[in-house]
Design a protein around this ligand. Structure first.
Ligand code: NDP
Ligand code: 2IT
Length: 447
């Protein structure tokens, strides 16, 4: 079996040698899915995984814009349309200087499995730009988003490809992107999700990724008769996902000890309560400040510069910032300090070495493609509401989100439980996600 995986990875590396993040995501899937394929006659000799690692299309384009000083700036835009076997392409847009083809291909590849797990009819895609939104004025953000959409509009549409937010793209950016699409196409359609409530957005979409991550953690903890109540929780990031993961933990009686950004983390030994979280939300979403400002407002907290929060003793860790933010050494620190559950809010935040440590210690570990699927699932619910030209209540959407997260958990258990009863959620998520897409690809022939 090892040999088959190696042969497969050699082929993938030969074509994508300079794409480390993409190879990392593919390797993890190959290790779990290739042994499964070997047991299923229908997939044998069909090269389905080899077809799945090749994007259906990669679009790359120029984004010229003018800054507030009147200077011309040129960024690079992308959309990786990975797989549309089970539905139109769906996935977020990321604006961050680290964006390149490797990062977007890893994200689009993960998205294919994640979207399949939601059980909603959505294919996988990801896009974005190497644009850095930090220290840009609101007008600069608007001009950039308009320029981005004035090219991307050719490649998307409500039945073709429906982008949404990701790092650096929130409700403000979705607004500017939607405005330009509507103008150019002279159409008001559900071409983006994460829209504002008065123009086609869904209740609970802003909360969905963070809430869904915590719902998934609840389901995992329940298998060992644990709840969130009274647990110490370390969270990384302080953006959309981290904020609403923290909010749900607080609502369920857990104690949030940390939040972070790329400059370091804050540790509040008294716990970040709802009032303190509202300060963070205003600081990050409106003032667009840095997390260290928390300690000016709450001096009993400390700011640890340049570090991630994984040194903090905690029961539960929720990495909610970015890929590879939790490495093997961090995993050992968490385990030594008694952590029993790691549930990923971000995409691929744990390195392969970290995942090996979690599996060795047999703690509860959920990969992002399962545990953070609540965001895109609620995007799917936004698309349904747009098609119906109708809006569901907060309670209705939240109930559907809970059901979807529960179903994903059940699928992971179905495909990921080993002989000794330990649930390998990585294996479970990869195989459950693979089956639906593979079956659709088989049914549709070699296209
Ligand atoms: P935001 O832009 O709202 O927040 C990102 C947070 O992560 C910020 O605190 C940011 O800090 C930090 N961060 C970003 N890059 C780095 C880095 N290189 N090193 C350290 N910290 C970093 O993004 P989201 O909260 O939406 O996304 C967070 C993660 O969740 C991403 O992995 C994303 O792919 C994933 N995700 C998002 C979903 C969504 O619906 N939004 C859905 C599913 C997954 P700083 O401000 O300093 O950059
Ligand atoms: O990684 C993700 O799932 C997202 N950024 C959300 C994608 C979406 O289409 O809502």
């Amino acid at each position: 079996m090892k040999k088959s995986i190696e042969v497969f990875m050699q082929k993938v590396k030969a074509r994508n040698g300079n794409e480390p993040e993409f190879l990392q995501a593919v390797q993890e899937v190959a290790e779990t899915v290739i042994p499964f394929i070997a047991t299923q006659d229908i997939y044998k000799g069909k090269d389905i995984l080899l077809r799945m690692v090749e994007p259906e299309r990669v679009i790359m384009f120029r984004i010229p814009w003018v800054n507030d000083q009147g200077e011309i700036r040129v960024n690079r835009g992308y959309r990786v349309q990975m797989n549309s076997a089970i539905g139109p392409y769906k996935g977020g847009l990321r604006f961050h200087p680290s964006v390149n083809v490797s990062v977007l291909k890893f994200l689009a590849f993960e998205q294919v499995f994640k979207n399949s797990l939601t059980t909603l009819p959505m294919g996988g895609a990801k896009g974005g730009s190497d644009f850095d939104p930090k220290r840009k004025s609101d007008n600069e953000i608007m001009r950039f988003c308009h320029s981005f959409m004035s090219e991307l509009f050719r490649s998307i549409g409500p039945n073709t490809d429906i982008p949404a937010g990701d790092i650096g793209v929130g409700s403000r950016e979705i607004g500017y992107l939607f405005g330009m699409y509507r103008k150019i196409k002279n159409e008001f359609t559900g071409v983006l999700t994460g829209k504002g409530l008065s123009w086609g957005g869904s209740l609970i979409r802003p909360e969905a990724t963070g809430y869904g991550t915590v719902y998934f953690a609840q389901s995992m903890l329940a298998t060992r008769n644990h709840t969130i109540k009274g647990k110490d929780v370390a969270i990384s990031g302080s953006g959309n996902v981290a904020q609403y993961a923290a909010e749900k933990i607080i609502q369920l009686g857990g104690k949030v000890l940390t939040l972070s950004d790329s400059s370091g983390y804050i540790y509040d030994k008294n716990g970040i309560d709802q009032e303190k979280l509202e300060f963070v939300m205003e600081l990050k979403n409106i003032k667009r400040g840095r997390i260290n400002e928390y300690t000016k407002k709450y001096p009993s907290a400390e700011f640890v510069k340049g570090e991630t929060p994984w040194n903090t003793p905690c029961d539960i860790a929720l990495p909610c910032a970015t890929q590879n933010e939790l490495n093997g050494e961090d995993a050992i620190k968490l385990l030594t300090n008694g952590c029993i559950c790691v549930c990923e809010g971000a995409n691929m935040p744990s390195t392969p070495e970290a995942i090996t440590e979690f599996h060795k210690a047999k703690i509860l570990f959920a990969p992002g493609k399962a545990s953070n699927a609540g965001g895109v699932a609620t995007s799917g619910l936004e698309m349904t509401q747009n098609s119906l030209r109708y809006s569901w209540t907060r309670e209705q959407v939240d109930k559907k989100l809970r059901e979807i997260m529960n179903n994903i958990h059940t699928s992971c258990i179905a495909y990921g439980t080993d002989e000794n009863g330990y649930v390998d959620y990585v294996k479970g998520a990869n195989i459950a996600g693979f089956v639906k897409v593979a079956d659709a690809m088989l049914a549709q022939g070699i296209v």
